[in-house]
Design a protein around this ligand. Sequence first.
Ligand SMILES: [Zn+2]
Length: 458
Amino acid sequence: MNAVYLSPAFCSANGVLITGIDEKRVSFGMLHPEDTALQARIKKEYAEYLCVFTVIPPEEFNLKLSQLYAEENPDENAVQSNGGEDSRASVIDKIADDAPVINLLNSIFLEALAKKASDIHIESGKEHTRLRFRIDGILVFIRIIPTERALAVSARLKLLANLNVLENRRPQDGHIDISAEAYSLDVRISITPTIWGESIVLRLLNRSDVPLSIGALGFSAGYQASISAILSMASGLVLVTGPTGSGKTTTLAALLQELNKTALKIISIEDPVEYRIEGITQIQVNEELDLTFDAALRRIFRQDPDIIMVGEIRDTETAELAIRAALTGHLVFATLHTNNAPESIYRLQNMGIPFYMVAAVLRASIAQRLIRKKCTACNAAGCSVCAGTGYAGRTVIAEILVMTTVLADLISRGIQAEELRRTLEQGGHRTLFDDAEEKVRAGITTGEEIKRELGVPL
Ligand SMILES: [Zn+2]
């Protein structure tokens, strides 16, 4: 007769373990009880028993699995006699400190850096765990990680981020500073439980301590004059707008870098701080400590700033404070979630800022998107340089609206969006589409890429 035993490795790999045994019957807890192939395999192995299969919740499974591991290595785990959480914690710690896990995580980070990824996604699935990187704004499949290894990677990451290693039912967020031989990384980690386990997203911050120069971001030559005008402004509000991932932070960092001179005090309030810039007083928003955008903004007036950067205007309080700062002789940079440059006027108005105030304070609005550039090695045909995608690197498409006395007059009289658009068109204003079209014509990108980003064919 077979000894009724499943190795921890088998249990972990297949999501099954033994939950009860008596003379004739063995109960198996399965993470995926619909897996009839696995049931058949087990029935064959334990033909002399009646096999009963039931569903086991992941948290119970993980607890039992860690106990199994503990039983496997009794001498290395002195506290196992306590049973329960203590033993589980020490076993998970042990798994997380395992050299293969450290090496695996190290190789993931190195690969992500080599591929210039902005985010690492580790997602549990029904069968296995998927590793994907976000590169140039697009998620790219990298490879499958055995679920057993992925659980250990998750434990290791939680350990590094000082999160609760035992918690796998509630979302957890944290932060990791990694200094390895070949790199140093600032990582924001978000873990959320899913039906199959966990989804872990690692955002790689401060990939470079120095932002690109504004000239290197790829703004069209036609915008150089507007950008120079913005950089020479003494006070007022300058907005950079666009959806998440449109490169607003990078543009702001590059603008601040240009203004970063000893004679100016620059204070930024950010969430998160993506570039660390020497000479700028950077404040990290911390909601848990009530250090929100508006709370931080309220305080920094006493810090005697010349230039203020507000990472994001999300609410009326922050909008009003930013306006007040701009009205009292500061140059204020901020981001706003709007689709195009003129829309920011109406967004501010919706937040309770009257039109006359917007007209008085807003100096410029830059709307932008990041688009992928054609791979120059294969001219978008797909090659090894661009991993078959046809694209390599990204550039900016933008719309820049600089306030004029005529425009300020129209806005203060509450011009409607449609009429404003017509007026701008007549004045030869360049829209995001105009800029995109120029980049397609110049062979920098493709019409398909513009359609993907702007949702409209050119
Ligand atoms: Zn290529």
